[in-house]
Design a protein around this ligand. Structure first.
Ligand code: FAD
Ligand code: MLT
Ligand code: ZN
Length: 482
């Protein structure tokens, strides 16, 4: 069927032939998947929204499952020579349509590249293949008294290569910083099949341009990440989580200020959700509110090295926050099961939304004071047209997740949301993608956050590294940059 309005035209890549399949089967015996039933789940994104986005989306017939860098190199070299398009795929939890093919691109999955290559228990530097699942890495490290510097709700499925390719933020960024700081080295297969070995595991290395940075957040468009070296923090000896309620967003911000001042170096997360999120958690996941009903909820995590010292600091903060009426109710958790239960109130909002209907997702960076105003303005702007308009996110990082649902896909609602949401964001000099990337869905809105000169330079970099454009075509860069 012809592509729907707004969908990209299929570019003139070759189509996979029997000879191509014979080549892949020789390199990857038993790991060249063509059974449509087995390929299907790799054609469908986590949100199951791409087929709604436009009709032939996700029609790949080939799924390749390499185990070694050398296999990836051989595949990519061959695809480049044959002009075959390739979609690198990790855990397929991406939220912007970057992880699944648009047409018939070959899916190159890193799922079998899941070996830990080394761990230095003195420096805390972990080196592993790109397909290691984030949660498995966390479990491996915890046994050795370390943790991963990032954590996100999709940890059970997402892979470190996918995390790096999207420059995932998540729940610990406030404390440990972004992957641009914690990733020390990468191994990447370039579009011509060359293996770029920047897998250094040094804290400091100013020998020329820091090339690995280009691949962090490049969403599979510049190379296939095959291995990652990452700096891991020590496992904190004491972790506390508090779940608090606030009457207004202004009070929530004041609580954040107070919290930064009083908790200082032990603060490891400051997250929020609004009462609409709580309603969805109650309704769709049957998760009861652990405190009394409030317009806003905060999840604060502390991680430190001295349980007594941390408890005292937290106690003083809570006392002050209550005394100055910044928070109206709250509960504290120190044991692991309760910590998990409180975290799930924040982590499972994404899942609750999928049960509410068709979800329009926005992942916006804004100055802290403006974060919730966008939710209020959007509610007013949409009137009764949406089913739910909810706000949650990484308030400590200035990152709002604005999500809007409708019972079914609703083009009139979408026309009311966009470009309103992007214009609003641009007017505050915010970012239209804080942490999820641009993928297929957001790429044409890049100009709301980047000047055309910067986008042009991105196009030059893409043309230099991938002259035939075989790596994840139709993603990240807008239509007018080929
Ligand atoms: P995929 O979804 O498979 O791929 C994502 C992109 O990276 C695609 O463009 C793909 O082509 C590319 N890619 C994947 N692997 C490679 C590779 N080895 N080499 C080159 N390119 C590659 N994101 C956040 O930032 N913060 C969050 O808090 C967060 N929470 C989430 C919670 C839930 C419940 C879900 C479903 C998603 C969440 N996400 C979050 C989004 C998503 O999990 C992240 O973007 C994650 O980093 C993607 O990893 P993945 O392995 O699933 O990659
Ligand atoms: C989150 O912070 O929960 C994730 O980024 C997922 C989402 O935006 O729903
Ligand atoms: Zn997030």
């Amino acid at each position: 069927s012809p592509p729907a309005a707004g969908a990209p035209e299929r570019l003139p890549f070759s189509r996979v032939t029997e000879e191509d399949l014979a080549f892949f089967r020789k390199i990857l015996p038993g790991r060249t998947i063509t059974d449509p039933d087995l390929v299907e789940s790799s054609n469908v994104d986590w949100l199951k929204s791409m087929k709604d986005f436009f009709s032939p989306a996700g029609s790949s017939e080939v799924l390749l499952r390499p185990q070694k860098t050398e296999e990836v190199s051989q595949i990519i070299r061959y695809c480049n020579s044959r002009n075959l398009a390739v979609n690198p795929q990790g855990g397929n939890t991406g939220l912007v349509g970057g992880s699944v093919p648009v047409y018939d691109e070959i899916i190159l999955s890193t799922s079998l590249m899941n070996n830990i290559l080394s761990f230095d228990s003195i420096s805390g530097i972990l080196t592993c293949q790109a397909g290691c699942v984030l949660e498995n890495l966390s479990l491996y490290l915890e046994e050795r008294d370390y943790i991963m510097p990032l954590d996100l709700g999709a940890k059970g499925s997402c892979q470190i290569g996918g995390n790096v390719a999207t420059n995932a933020g998540g729940l610990r960024l406030l404390r440990y910083g972004s992957l641009h700081g914690t990733v020390l080295g990468l191994e990447v297969v370039l579009a011509d099949g060359q293996v770029l070995d920047c897998l250094a595991s040094l804290r400091k290395d100013n020998t020329g341009y820091d090339l690995k940075q280009l691949f962090i957040g490049s969403e599979g468009t510049l190379g296939v990440i095959t291995a990652v070296s990452i700096l891991c923090p020590r496992k904190p000896k004491s972790v506390n989580v508090v779940f608090l309620g606030c009457e207004t967003y202004e009070q929530l911000l004041k609580a954040f200020q107070l919290c930064r001042g009083m908790l200082g170096e032990i603060l490891s997360a400051f997250e929020f959700l609004d009462s609409e999120c709580m309603r969805l958690l109650n309704t769709h996941l049957k998760l009861p509110n652990p405190i009394s009903d409030c317009p806003f909820y905060i999840v604060i995590e502390t991680s430190g090295s001295d349980p007594k010292h941390d408890a005292e600091k937290l106690h003083n903060f809570l006392e002050e926050a209550m005394a100055s009426s910044l928070v109206s109710d709250g509960t504290v958790a120190t044991e692991e099961s309760k910590i998990k239960a409180l975290w799930s109130m924040r982590e499972r909002v994404t899942e609750a939304l999928t049960h509410d209907g068709f979800t329009y997702k926005y992942d916006i960076s804004l100055p802290l004071e403006q974060i919730y105003q966008l939710v209020i303005d959007m509610r007013q702007h949409l009137g009764g047209r949406a089913k739910s308009v909810v706000g949650y996110g990484h308030v400590g990082d200035g990152n709002l997740h604005l999500n809007i649902t409708s019972s079914t896909k609703d083009p009139a609602l979408l026309a009311a949301i966009e470009p309103f949401v992007y214009e609003w964001t641009a007017s505050c000099r915010g970012s239209i993608s804080a942490e999820h990337g641009l993928g297929l869905k957001k790429r044409n809105y890049i100009y709301y956050s980047k000047p055309s000169q910067a986008v042009g330079l991105m196009g030059n970099i893409k043309a230099m590294l991938d002259p035939k454009g075989i790596l994840n075509p139709y993603k990240t860069l807008p239509d007018d940059v080929k």
